[in-house]
Design a protein around this ligand. Structure first.
Ligand code: ZN
Length: 216
């Protein structure tokens, strides 16, 4: 397997499209965010470190193993968060793509709800954009994990969580951003879009509910 492989070329094109779309929405500013897709049992295409997602090119995708180690090119610098992606592929064979953005509403909600350890959603039609959710009446918990610069420990926490809760389509990292995953790039994109929209709805609802006397 290398970057000329058909499977790599196909997912690289899908990842470029997703990165440019989300980058254009301001969800991956200042080279933040990282995007990946599985290209084999033990290989993943992932964005290299430090690239502008709004102008991402297929050459910005590199091939790594499930530990985030570079395979092609061998001296590539994959995303700093490659280990988190690797844990998701390692722990759940059904995961085919992992997308991570620093989108505003999810990042705000990750701080507001950090003490509860989750954003709890119910009553929103958009919940049905999440795999396995069939009705707005369902209570959906999106877990929030504390941020750290120790990526290996964060990867272990996220990995343990998806092993215990395989039904979850994504998570928030407090004050940092959002991870969404799915069987394909299309499904992972859908999960990121739904989660960001739901976080924005919750954020606006909470802001609107503040009594006038409490506004500063
Ligand atoms: Zn990040």
């Amino acid at each position: 397997m290398n970057r000329r492989d058909k499977a790599f070329v196909a997912v690289a094109a899908e990842l470029v499209e997703a990165a440019r779309l989300f980058g254009g929405r301001g969800w991956a500013l200042a080279t933040s965010g990282n995007f990946s897709a599985r290209v084999g049992e033990r290989a993943v295409a992932i964005t290299r470190s430090g690239c502008d997602k709004q102008q991402l090119l297929p050459d910005d995708l590199v091939l790594v193993n499930l530990d985030g180690g570079a395979l092609d090119p061998p001296d590539a610098r994959p995303s700093a968060e490659a280990a988190i992606h690797g844990q998701l592929y390692r722990r759940r064979v059904s995961v085919g793509a992992v997308l991570h953005v620093h989108s505003p509403a999810a990042t705000v909600m990750s701080r507001l709800c950090e003490p509860e350890g989750a954003v709890v959603l119910s009553g929103w039609e958009m919940q049905k954009g999440l795999a396995g959710v069939l009705t707005h009446e369902q209570i959906v918990r999106i877990p929030i994990f504390g941020n750290t610069q120790d990526v290996a420990s964060l990867a272990a926490v996220v990995g343990d969580h998806v092993t215990a809760h395989p039904e979850h389509p994504g998570c928030l990292i407090a004050g940092h951003g959002i991870y969404g995953w799915g069987a394909s790039v299309t499904e992972a994109r859908c999960h990121i879009e739904a989660l960001e929209f739901l976080c924005e709805c919750e954020w606006r609802l909470r802001a609107a509910a503040v009594p006038d006397g409490d506004r500063k």
